[in-house]
Design a protein around this ligand. Structure first.
Ligand code: HEM
Length: 406
């Protein structure tokens, strides 16, 4: 992908790298280490902002402090672009993710009401039951491919229940999530949007005309400012939630299972002290951040000795914030005590667009930890089969083979 064509005049030569976010060197072995190679900031002697020639050229913030401050700067950095993949933003046109300012505020308010804490907490028995059933089915087998056998099932089952559609549709929806965050070229962005819309269309229209008690109905029953949702807005919002709920929790639950399998003492600790599980969930979400976001500058921004020009794209990887020693002491160490007070990580974003599904995601990670640890013996990595990972806007394990004694 590297090309001199993608180095604009305002980018100094010493800021130029060739770093393809979809193909980080070594990512198949370790997503986190692959990103670490790019770390910058004062303590490293390397710039906190670099320009990659890959993917048509864009900035990447590489220090924790800069990532966090740019993430919160919604006045100068817009969400319109969505991603560095050309055309994806224009085609998806997500609500609320790609909206700015007042427009965003109005739709986000309605969405936040739909995700109200009481609705999410009410899901706990279902999440627990699904996590327990999945664990019970796996236990006698002595081994599993965790991504396929667990991580890809739990979050989709919960999300599909939340929007009141058949849970059997999981199999056809799952590949769409992965295509959005880690496109492999097999679908155009239009095909991807159209596939999501074709699936959602009958539900969106029905929920607008005749609201039920599901998540989409609850949101669509709330006004956008002082008026109802239009059909076009409803489609874009449901599309956003479908994609938001498809891939992110899958990736996160996978990383948490990977940590447990690599650290039997943490399995033992949480079994002995289950009251630590909520704090452990927060700390594990900090330690294994997999989401990166893209912004487009709406004005020139002077930062780190260079200028981000209007319309430049800036990529913000939460991994280089959460694992920066200047932002978190001893960041690679998982310390459950860290989760006893709020952790200012960016796994779920920061500022105006912070994840609306954060409460649900956290509940799912907690339920997974609780049920897995209570019902499984000590689980280890399978020494015969490697763990593999992929990068992209949501990094994830692609294979996580686990074994245990039966
Ligand atoms: C562990 C799981 C999850 C992670 C790591 C995650 C991560 C994120 C991040 C980093 C953002 C901020 C995006 C930005 O700043 O541009 C975000 C926003 C969002 N997330 Fe999540 N998410 C998760 C789960 C979910 C779930 C389960 C849903 C829906 C059911 C969801 C729906 C959304 C939506 C709609 C937004 C846009 C919010 C806005 O623009 O105001 N997410 N998420």
């Amino acid at each position: 992908m590297a090309s001199v064509l993608h180095i604009p005049d305002h980018v100094p030569a010493d800021r130029v790298v060739d770093f393809d976010i979809f193909a980080l060197p070594g990512v198949e072995n370790d997503y986190f280490a692959a990103w670490e190679a790019l770390r910058g900031g004062a303590d490293t002697g390397r710039p906190a902002l670099v320009w990659t020639t890959a993917n048509h050229g864009h900035w990447i913030a590489t220090s924790g402090e800069l990532i966090r401050s740019l993430w919160a700067d919604s006045a100068r950095l817009s969400n319109k672009v969505l991603a560095v993949t050309p055309g994806l933003g224009e085609v998806m046109d997500f609500i609320p993710l790609q909206q700015d300012g007042r427009e965003h505020h109005a739709t986000r308010n309605a969405i936040m009401k739909g995700f109200g804490a009481r609705h999410i907490i009410a899901l706990d028995p279902l999440i627990t039951a699904v996590a327990r059933d999945l664990t019970a089915a796996l236990r006698p087998r002595g081994s599993c491919e965790f991504m396929q056998d667990f991580a890809e099932i739990l979050p989709l089952h919960i999300f599909l229940t939340l929007i009141d559609v058949p849970v059997e549709d999981r199999a056809k929806l799952r590949p769409l999530g992965a295509q959005l965050t880690r496109p492999d070229g097999s679908m155009t962005v239009e095909q991807l949007r159209d596939a999501a819309d074709a699936y959602l269309a009958p539900y969106v229209e029905a929920r607008l005309a005749n609201p039920g008690t599901d998540l989409f109905s609850r949101i669509l029953a709330e006004p956008v400012g002082d008026r109802p949702w239009t059909l076009d807005e409803a489609r874009r919002m449901c599309r956003n939630l479908l994609f938001g709920g498809l891939d992110t929790v899958v990736a996160m639950v996978g990383m948490v299972a990977l940590h447990l399998a690599r650290n039997p003492h943490d399995q033992a600790l949480l079994r002995a002290q289950p009251e630590l599980i909520p704090a452990a969930a927060d700390e594990l979400m900090r330690r294994y951040p997999t989401v990166s976001v893209s912004r487009n500058a709406v004005e020139d921004i002077a930062v780190d000795g260079v200028t981000i020009r209007t319309d430049d794209i800036v990529y913000l990887p939460s991994v280089l914030h959460n694992l920066d020693p200047a932002s978190f002491s001893d960041p690679l160490t998982v310390d459950f005590a860290r989760g006893l007070t709020p952790i200012r990580h960016t796994t779920l974003g920061a500022g105006a667009h912070r994840c609306v599904g954060a409460g649900l995601a956290r509940l799912e990670v907690i339920a997974f930890l609780r049920e897995w640890l209570a019902n499984m013996p000590e689980v280890r990595l399978d020494p015969a089969r490697p763990v593999t990972m992929r990068g992209g806007n949501v990094g994830a394990c692609t294979s996580l083979p686990l074994v245990w004694d039966v």
